[in-house]
Design a protein around this ligand. Structure first.
Ligand SMILES: Cc1cc2nc3c(=O)[nH]c(=O)nc-3n(C[C@H](O)[C@H](O)[C@H](O)COP(=O)(O)OP(=O)(O)OC[C@H]3O[C@@H](n4cnc5c(N)ncnc54)[C@H](O)[C@@H]3O)c2cc1C
Length: 394
């Protein structure tokens, strides 16, 4: 296979797609709008399905070297700190699903992908190159960049994020949808003597939740808070929110939470947008992947995982039918849309679970979760086996 592939966007999804295709012999050009692409200062959870995609790319070890392996995820109540439910990760996750569960700093994952792309002779990443139009050229597809230059290729992959430009050519004109939620992000230093447990803790408040987990490789605690808020729609990875505002949202929840919040400097804040699921992911030789296609709320920590899976499935479809790229792209979408839509719906269900307002509902739902946890400790979390057990390379 030696087709010329154009990719719009060098995020996690675009770089993973470039690597998946290049390892099969494709020549790939990635156009990245930003002059200095990278990832914001925050953590990312990578479950077994995502790690299996990284394994396909030959990057599992490099990622593992920078990742933390959490022992469990715990659901807790603010105030009392009461443990509602605990899902074992660590060895349990690895044995059950065939790959480990990682916590990693986004910048570290990005660096692994970017270094691998850099080292591959078949991949060229052009920065400061914003795709503004899918144009007609001598090849099967062409893109027009800001400034007017055009480039031809045999196929084009839109990996250009939730505000995708490529999407319009596949899905028509539609806009990202505001979820009514705002996310806060921060990494604060772990100090000598802190010894935080190697778990992800989900603190479930009313209309809001906070997730905390250590990123040992970086010596920081990662904090992600999500608050239902309809009056703040600025979508940015880097809008700096005042530390006091974040403290006001989550302060007083627990002494450990207060300790981390006291070390905040400049948390990042942005509004959460999503894309409604698409059933058709390609038009001719143009296809979508990652957030450009299925941006979802982060309550299951699966957005990047889905992008990594997309990359592998896409490359494998193309390898299976190199003489009919239009069909390969169509079949890739057919293989992916149901799963990603189901993950998106499951993510919303978690939002409901994490943000319950009514005292009666909290008592019933968290009581039932707690009871299930005590009666059958191995069961909580099994409802997501279909997510983690999936292997995009199988
Ligand atoms: C609070 C929060 C927590 C999350 N936690 C997790 C988690 O724990 N685990 C997980 O799996 N996922 C998580 N996610 C989801 C994950 O971050 C995203 O799904 C993932 O980063 C999407 O990657 P992408 O490459 O598709 O898009 P992006 O990361 O948005 O990359 C798109 C790239 O395209 C570039 N671009 C945009 N327009 C153009 C253009 N016209 N031309 C050229 N380039 C362009 C952009 O500059 C960018 O570099 C979380 C998301 C949020 C908001």
């Amino acid at each position: 296979m030696s087709e010329r592939t154009l990719i719009a966007g060098a995020g996690i999804g675009g770089l993973a797609t470039a690597l998946a295709l290049a390892r099969q012999g494709a020549r790939v050009t990635v156009f990245e709008a930003r002059d200095q692409p990278g990832e914001a200062g925050a953590g990312l959870q990578l479950s077994a399905n995502a790690v299996k995609a990284l394994r396909f790319l030959g990057l599992e070890e490099a990622v593992a070297a920078r990742a933390t392996r959490p022992e469990a995820v715990e659901l807790r109540l603010p105030g009392s700190g009461r443990l509602v439910s605990r899902v074992a990760l660590g060895k349990t996750h690895e044995t059950r699903f065939g790959a480990p569960y990682f916590h990693i700093h986004r910048a570290d994952l990005y660096e692994v992908l970017a270094e691998a792309a850099d080292a591959h002779a078949g991949i060229q990443v052009m920065t400061g190159a914003r795709v503004v139009k899918v144009a007609h050229g001598k090849g099967a597809v062409a893109v027009e960049l800001e400034g007017g230059a055009t480039t031809d290729g045999d196929l084009l992959i839109g990996a250009d994020g939730v505000r995708s430009t490529v999407r319009e050519g596949v899905a028509g004109k539609d806009e990202p949808v505001f979820t009514g939620m705002v996310a806060w992000r921060a990494c604060v230093p772990i100090e000598p003597g802190d010894q935080p447990p190697q778990v992800a803790t989900v603190w479930m408040g009313r209309g809001r939740h906070l997730v905390t987990y250590p990123l040992t490789h970086r010596g920081v605690m990662n904090l992600i808070g999500v608050v239902e808020k309809s009056d703040w729609r600025e979508e940015s990875w880097s809008a700096e929110g005042a530390a006091d505002e974040m403290r006001a949202e989550f302060g007083g929840w627990h002494k450990s939470v207060d300790m981390w919040l006291s070390r905040l400097e400049t948390p990042l804040r942005w509004a959460l947008y999503e894309r409604h699921p698409l059933s058709v992911w390609s038009a001719g030789r143009v296809a979508l992947m990652g957030d450009a296609c299925h941006a979802m709320p982060p309550f299951l920590a699966q957005g990047a995982a889905m992008a990594l899976e997309d990359a592998v499935v896409l490359a494998r479809r193309i390898a299976a039918m190199p003489d009919d790229l239009t069909r390969a792209l169509r079949e890739y979408g057919e293989a992916r849309h149901e799963r990603t839509a189901k993950v998106q719906a499951a993510s919303w269900a978690n939002a409901w679970r994490f943000h319950l307002e009514s005292g009666v509902l909290r008592f019933c739902v968290y009581g039932a979760l707690g009871l299930a946890s005590r009666v059958a400790p191995g069961q909580p979390g099994r409802m997501f086996d279909w997510i983690y057990g999936y292997d995009p390379a199988a």
